[in-house]
Write a protein that binds this ligand. Structure first.
Ligand SMILES: Cc1cc2nc3c(=O)[nH]c(=O)nc-3n(C[C@H](O)[C@H](O)[C@H](O)COP(=O)(O)O)c2cc1C
Length: 185
Protein backbone atom coordinates (compact mmCIF):
# COMPACT_ATOMS: atom_id res chain seq x y z
CA UNK A 1 0.00 0.00 0.00
CA UNK A 2 1.43 3.39 -0.95
CA UNK A 3 1.81 6.13 1.64
CA UNK A 4 -0.15 9.18 0.51
CA UNK A 5 0.03 12.49 2.36
CA UNK A 6 -2.33 15.34 1.53
CA UNK A 7 -0.84 18.63 2.65
CA UNK A 8 -3.23 21.54 2.38
CA UNK A 9 -4.29 24.93 3.67
CA UNK A 10 -7.88 25.99 4.22
CA UNK A 11 -8.86 29.40 5.58
CA UNK A 12 -12.56 28.71 6.09
CA UNK A 13 -12.97 24.93 5.85
CA UNK A 14 -14.01 24.44 2.21
CA UNK A 15 -10.63 23.22 0.97
CA UNK A 16 -10.41 21.04 4.07
CA UNK A 17 -13.59 19.25 3.00
CA UNK A 18 -12.12 18.69 -0.44
CA UNK A 19 -8.93 17.33 1.16
CA UNK A 20 -11.05 14.86 3.15
CA UNK A 21 -12.57 13.54 -0.09
CA UNK A 22 -9.13 13.21 -1.68
CA UNK A 23 -8.03 11.24 1.40
CA UNK A 24 -11.11 8.97 1.22
CA UNK A 25 -10.24 8.16 -2.38
CA UNK A 26 -6.59 7.55 -1.56
CA UNK A 27 -7.73 4.90 0.90
CA UNK A 28 -6.72 3.64 4.29
CA UNK A 29 -3.49 5.05 5.53
CA UNK A 30 -3.78 8.32 3.63
CA UNK A 31 -2.86 11.17 5.94
CA UNK A 32 -4.10 14.73 6.07
CA UNK A 33 -1.63 17.43 7.03
CA UNK A 34 -3.25 20.81 7.53
CA UNK A 35 -1.09 23.90 7.19
CA UNK A 36 -1.98 26.25 10.04
CA UNK A 37 -3.24 29.83 9.83
CA UNK A 38 0.40 30.83 10.40
CA UNK A 39 1.58 28.76 7.43
CA UNK A 40 3.21 26.05 9.55
CA UNK A 41 2.98 22.28 9.47
CA UNK A 42 1.79 20.36 12.54
CA UNK A 43 4.44 18.57 14.63
CA UNK A 44 6.01 15.67 12.73
CA UNK A 45 4.69 16.99 9.42
CA UNK A 46 8.04 17.18 7.63
CA UNK A 47 8.87 13.59 8.63
CA UNK A 48 5.54 12.43 7.20
CA UNK A 49 6.20 14.22 3.93
CA UNK A 50 9.73 12.82 3.72
CA UNK A 51 8.37 9.29 4.20
CA UNK A 52 5.51 9.62 1.70
CA UNK A 53 5.35 7.82 -1.64
CA UNK A 54 2.91 10.44 -2.89
CA UNK A 55 2.29 14.03 -1.83
CA UNK A 56 -0.91 15.81 -2.86
CA UNK A 57 -0.92 19.60 -2.48
CA UNK A 58 -4.16 21.49 -1.79
CA UNK A 59 -4.87 25.18 -1.53
CA UNK A 60 -7.74 27.61 -1.87
CA UNK A 61 -7.26 30.15 -4.64
CA UNK A 62 -6.97 33.58 -3.10
CA UNK A 63 -6.47 36.51 -5.48
CA UNK A 64 -5.60 34.17 -8.32
CA UNK A 65 -2.88 32.20 -6.56
CA UNK A 66 -2.29 29.78 -3.68
CA UNK A 67 -2.95 31.27 -0.24
CA UNK A 68 0.04 32.93 1.46
CA UNK A 69 0.04 30.16 4.03
CA UNK A 70 0.47 27.55 1.30
CA UNK A 71 3.13 29.72 -0.32
CA UNK A 72 5.00 29.94 3.00
CA UNK A 73 4.91 26.13 3.16
CA UNK A 74 6.13 25.83 -0.44
CA UNK A 75 9.09 28.08 0.26
CA UNK A 76 9.89 26.04 3.36
CA UNK A 77 10.10 22.94 1.14
CA UNK A 78 13.32 24.44 -0.27
CA UNK A 79 15.10 22.55 2.51
CA UNK A 80 14.01 19.26 0.89
CA UNK A 81 14.77 20.72 -2.56
CA UNK A 82 18.44 21.37 -1.66
CA UNK A 83 19.05 17.65 -1.33
CA UNK A 84 16.35 16.63 -3.85
CA UNK A 85 14.93 14.58 -0.99
CA UNK A 86 11.54 14.30 -2.72
CA UNK A 87 12.88 13.37 -6.16
CA UNK A 88 10.78 10.71 -7.95
CA UNK A 89 7.93 10.90 -5.44
CA UNK A 90 4.48 11.03 -7.00
CA UNK A 91 2.70 14.39 -6.72
CA UNK A 92 -0.77 15.76 -7.34
CA UNK A 93 -2.81 18.82 -6.50
CA UNK A 94 -6.17 20.50 -6.09
CA UNK A 95 -7.52 23.99 -5.72
CA UNK A 96 -10.87 25.31 -4.62
CA UNK A 97 -12.37 28.76 -5.11
CA UNK A 98 -15.67 30.62 -5.27
CA UNK A 99 -15.98 31.23 -9.02
CA UNK A 100 -16.35 28.56 -11.68
CA UNK A 101 -13.07 29.73 -13.16
CA UNK A 102 -11.73 32.06 -10.46
CA UNK A 103 -8.17 31.55 -11.79
CA UNK A 104 -7.88 28.21 -10.01
CA UNK A 105 -5.81 26.89 -12.92
CA UNK A 106 -3.10 29.40 -11.97
CA UNK A 107 -2.92 27.85 -8.50
CA UNK A 108 -2.82 24.32 -9.92
CA UNK A 109 0.06 25.26 -12.20
CA UNK A 110 1.89 26.67 -9.16
CA UNK A 111 1.41 23.31 -7.41
CA UNK A 112 2.57 21.41 -10.49
CA UNK A 113 5.64 23.63 -10.78
CA UNK A 114 6.46 23.08 -7.11
CA UNK A 115 6.35 19.32 -7.73
CA UNK A 116 8.59 19.73 -10.77
CA UNK A 117 11.12 21.73 -8.75
CA UNK A 118 11.33 18.72 -6.47
CA UNK A 119 11.89 16.37 -9.41
CA UNK A 120 8.52 14.74 -8.80
CA UNK A 121 6.19 12.74 -11.06
CA UNK A 122 2.94 14.68 -11.50
CA UNK A 123 -0.38 12.88 -11.84
CA UNK A 124 -2.95 14.47 -14.16
CA UNK A 125 -6.67 14.29 -13.41
CA UNK A 126 -7.33 11.60 -16.02
CA UNK A 127 -11.10 12.15 -16.22
CA UNK A 128 -12.80 13.43 -19.36
CA UNK A 129 -14.71 16.70 -18.85
CA UNK A 130 -18.47 16.64 -18.53
CA UNK A 131 -19.29 19.54 -20.85
CA UNK A 132 -22.35 18.72 -22.92
CA UNK A 133 -25.75 20.45 -22.65
CA UNK A 134 -26.81 17.64 -20.35
CA UNK A 135 -23.87 18.19 -17.96
CA UNK A 136 -24.71 18.54 -14.28
CA UNK A 137 -22.82 19.83 -11.24
CA UNK A 138 -23.08 16.29 -9.90
CA UNK A 139 -20.97 14.94 -12.78
CA UNK A 140 -17.31 14.06 -12.44
CA UNK A 141 -15.02 16.80 -13.74
CA UNK A 142 -17.84 19.11 -14.69
CA UNK A 143 -15.42 22.07 -14.34
CA UNK A 144 -13.28 20.55 -17.08
CA UNK A 145 -9.83 20.41 -15.45
CA UNK A 146 -6.91 18.29 -16.57
CA UNK A 147 -3.82 19.11 -14.48
CA UNK A 148 -5.53 18.27 -11.19
CA UNK A 149 -8.77 18.79 -9.28
CA UNK A 150 -10.73 22.02 -9.58
CA UNK A 151 -13.50 22.67 -7.05
CA UNK A 152 -16.01 25.49 -6.92
CA UNK A 153 -17.46 26.41 -3.55
CA UNK A 154 -20.03 29.16 -4.20
CA UNK A 155 -19.13 32.23 -2.13
CA UNK A 156 -22.21 31.87 0.08
CA UNK A 157 -21.98 28.07 0.40
CA UNK A 158 -21.27 26.35 3.69
CA UNK A 159 -18.73 23.53 3.69
CA UNK A 160 -21.67 21.13 3.37
CA UNK A 161 -22.87 22.76 0.16
CA UNK A 162 -19.92 22.11 -2.13
CA UNK A 163 -21.22 20.61 -5.41
CA UNK A 164 -21.11 16.83 -5.16
CA UNK A 165 -19.56 16.31 -8.59
CA UNK A 166 -16.53 18.31 -7.51
CA UNK A 167 -16.17 16.32 -4.30
CA UNK A 168 -16.55 13.03 -6.19
CA UNK A 169 -13.89 14.22 -8.63
CA UNK A 170 -11.58 14.89 -5.67
CA UNK A 171 -12.23 11.37 -4.37
CA UNK A 172 -11.57 9.77 -7.77
CA UNK A 173 -8.33 11.72 -8.06
CA UNK A 174 -7.13 10.59 -4.63
CA UNK A 175 -7.70 7.01 -5.77
CA UNK A 176 -5.81 7.58 -9.01
CA UNK A 177 -2.80 9.12 -7.26
CA UNK A 178 -2.68 6.28 -4.71
CA UNK A 179 -2.91 3.62 -7.43
CA UNK A 180 -0.17 5.19 -9.52
CA UNK A 181 2.06 5.60 -6.46
CA UNK A 182 1.38 1.94 -5.63
CA UNK A 183 2.52 0.87 -9.08
CA UNK A 184 5.76 2.82 -8.75
CA UNK A 185 6.52 2.06 -5.10
C1 LIG B 1 -8.53 36.74 0.32
C2 LIG B 1 -9.41 35.95 -0.58
C3 LIG B 1 -9.18 35.95 -1.93
C4 LIG B 1 -9.98 35.18 -2.79
N1 LIG B 1 -9.70 35.16 -4.12
C5 LIG B 1 -10.44 34.38 -4.95
C6 LIG B 1 -10.12 34.27 -6.34
O1 LIG B 1 -9.12 34.79 -6.83
N2 LIG B 1 -10.95 33.53 -7.11
C7 LIG B 1 -12.08 32.94 -6.63
O2 LIG B 1 -12.80 32.32 -7.40
N3 LIG B 1 -12.36 32.97 -5.30
C8 LIG B 1 -11.57 33.67 -4.47
N4 LIG B 1 -11.84 33.68 -3.12
C9 LIG B 1 -12.89 32.80 -2.58
C10 LIG B 1 -12.29 31.52 -1.98
O3 LIG B 1 -11.41 30.87 -2.90
C11 LIG B 1 -13.40 30.54 -1.60
O4 LIG B 1 -14.25 31.17 -0.66
C12 LIG B 1 -12.87 29.23 -1.07
O5 LIG B 1 -13.94 28.31 -0.96
C13 LIG B 1 -12.19 29.41 0.27
O6 LIG B 1 -11.68 28.16 0.68
P1 LIG B 1 -11.35 27.87 2.21
O7 LIG B 1 -12.68 27.87 2.94
O8 LIG B 1 -10.70 26.56 2.23
O9 LIG B 1 -10.46 28.99 2.66
C14 LIG B 1 -11.06 34.44 -2.26
C15 LIG B 1 -11.28 34.44 -0.87
C16 LIG B 1 -10.47 35.18 -0.04
C17 LIG B 1 -10.72 35.15 1.45
Amino acid sequence: MSKVVIVFHSGYGHTQRVAEYVAQGAGEGAELLQITAEGELPAGGWDKLNAADAIIFGTPTYMGSPSWQFKKFSEATSKAWFTQAWKDKVFGGFSNSASFNGDKAVSLIALQTLAAQHGGIWVSLGILPSNTKAAQRTDLNNLGGSAGVLVQSPSDASVDEIPQGDLDTAKAYGKRVAEIAGRLA
